[in-house]
Design a protein around this ligand. Sequence first.
Ligand code: PLP
Length: 409
Amino acid sequence: MLKKSITSLINDAENNLNEIFNNIDKQCLKNSEKIINAFHEYNVSESDLYGTSGYGYNDFGREKIESIYSRIFGSEDALVRCQLVSGSHAISISLQALLRQNDTLLTISGKPYNTLHEVIGIKQNDSSLINYGINYKCIDLINNDFDYDKIKKELKSNIKVIHIQRSRGYSQRESININSLKKVVQFIKNISPKTIIFVDNCYCELVEDVSPIEVGCDLCAGSLIKNLGGGITPNGGYICGRKDLISLCAQRLYIPGEGKHVGATNNFNYLALQGLFMSPNAVKNSLKINTLTSYVLNKLNIKVSPKYNEIKSDIVLAIYLNSENEMIKYAECIQNSGAINSFVSPIPESMPGYNNKIIMASPSFIQGSSIELSCDGEIKEPYILFLQGSLTYEYGKLALINILKKLFE
Ligand SMILES: *Cc1c(COP(=O)(O)O)cnc(C)c1O
């Protein structure tokens, strides 16, 4: 039950969040400047908006997009493609491109994101890395930080690739910020300079203004229906990093011998460029809705992570609810607050790549887009719902008001 009216609860929150919101605005300005400068540097022109068909040779728009991504990430090269189905696909292609028979993959941020279990072979699949003769080892985080002792021990044997996942996925840990990443990368490179450091960068793009590549990682990947798509790019994924490694990824994704030179874009270039242009703003609004929700729910004694005043490195908010029923009701409110399919009720369902049933609300223009206001979670104790996205502050705020009315009044 609410002691205060919803209006005064939200007004209080906004007054108290003034300074934090100002900092989010400043971050958005910095990232916007970085992006517009990259557009200018590569003279993006109207003709770049229109893509190629067929094989997709000589796609100048596509080449400029990849130059712009390289500029923004501070990387030698990039692969930004609509043929990458999603973030999971970009990560899967990266690992398959880098690892060969008898090589070892070591993950140092705990068990990777659910959809990668069959990619690696943590869950049996005939096409997994393990099935192709690749070794897999995993080190858990301790107290939300890397386990340096164990990493040092493992690096005594030959480790081809280290995988680090920054955002928390469906786990209870905190996300990994750029400073912690920088520290562990220096540690690894000191011991084993040849080990390739790969980063799952999903949900972290443009939250801070330094990229994983700029702190010494070799390759990072993510989804275009999250932060960098700005709610506009209809599908795709990106991989940024070392030129030789990007080439391996392109050969794996397409055809050995043709690599980056193929891959028609059709209408993708226009939407990839406009999405990137809009992305700092989408990330800004997502961060504000994350912060506002975190503040208000905390006032109502609901456990949230991160707290409103904790430094963020991704756009995700973990909300600890009391039951399956509360998860469903919360998701229903998010669904009913959106623009598309607002009239349907989300129900928990089994999904490929996940062990438990998943509840998901995504009342979005782009299917499954999670830079648009959305939430999802595995139906299991302790009943955590992960909330993310919001293309505008106002729509996100209206959704929060709807939740407070339906769940707490
Ligand atoms: C979203 C996400 C992915 C990839 O998910 P897709 O739905 O395939 O884009 C991978 N890792 C993390 C941590 C994520 O949050």
